[in-house]
Ligand binder design. Structure first.
Ligand SMILES: *[C@@H]1O[C@H](CO)[C@@H](O)[C@H](O)[C@H]1NC(C)=O
Ligand SMILES: *[C@@H]1O[C@H](CO)[C@@H](O)[C@H](O)[C@H]1NC(C)=O
Length: 173
C-alpha cells in the first residue's frame, strides 16, 4: 500500500494517462505577402512542440501560437459562400472546424484547400499594408464552414519550408 502510494506520488496522475509522442514542430500554411502581393507558403513554427506541464494536458505536446491582440471571433459561413477578393483584416490565426476553404491568389497559380478539422489551422498575414489586392477565398462545402479567428500582435517565430501551401507530408499528427 505504502509502495503503491509512493509510486503514484512519484509518477503523478499524468503518468497513468496515454500521451502522444511529440512531433518536432507544427507546419502551417500561411497567406503571407511579398512585394505587395499575397503569397502562399508553408512555415515550420519555431520553437517547436514541447511537453506540456499544464494540469489536464500534462505530458502531451504543446506549441505556442504567439500573443493575441484583439477580439476572437467564431464565424458561421454559409455553404458555397464566396468571400471574394480581400485582405486579412488583421494578422490572425484562422482555425476551420468544419467545411472547407479554397484560397487562390490574383498573382500566382498557388492555391490552398483547407478542410475543417485538425489540419484546419492557417495563418493569414496579408493585411492591406503589405498586399495591395489580398487573396480570394471560396467555401465550396455543402455544409456550414465554422471558423475561429484569433488576431495576433506579431508574426510568430518560424522557418519558411517552401513556397505554396503545406503538403500532407508536413502535417502528420
Ligand atoms: C502596394 O500597391 C498599391 C496599389 O498599387 C500602392 O498604392 C501601395 O503604395 C503599394 N504598397 C507598397 C508597400 O508598395
Ligand atoms: C514539419 O515539417 C518537417 C520538415 O518537413 C517534418 O520533419 C515534420 O515531421 C513536420 N511536422 C509534422 C507535425 O508533420
Amino acid at each position: 500500500m505504502l509502495i503503491l502510494a509512493l509510486v503514484a506520488a512519484f509518477l503523478g496522475p499524468s503518468a497513468l494517462a496515454t500521451t502522444l509522442s511529440t512531433p518536432s514542430t507544427l507546419n502551417i500554411t500561411v497567406i503571407g505577402a511579398s512585394n505587395n502581393h499575397s503569397v502562399l507558403e508553408c512555415w515550420a513554427l519555431e520553437p517547436g512542440f514541447s511537453e506540456s506541464a499544464t494540469p489536464g494536458i500534462s505530458g502531451n505536446s504543446v506549441i505556442g501560437l504567439g500573443q493575441g491582440s484583439g477580439a476572437v471571433d467564431f464565424a458561421l459561413i454559409a455553404e458555397h459562400a464566396d468571400g471574394g477578393l480581400h485582405n486579412a483584416p488583421a494578422m490572425q490565426w484562422v482555425t476551420f472546424l468544419s467545411g472547407s476553404a479554397h484560397i487562390t491568389l490574383p498573382d500566382s497559380e498557388d492555391e490552398a484547400w483547407v478542410s475543417g478539422g485538425k489540419y484546419g489551422t492557417i495563418l493569414a498575414l496579408d493585411t492591406q499594408d503589405v498586399s495591395a489586392e489580398g487573396h480570394y477565398t471560396e467555401y465550396p462545402s455543402d455544409e456550414v464552414t465554422v471558423a475561429i479567428t484569433v488576431p495576433i500582435a506579431a508574426v510568430p517565430g518560424h522557418r519558411v519550408l517552401y513556397q505554396g501551401p503545406c503538403r500532407d507530408t508536413e502535417q502528420d499528427y
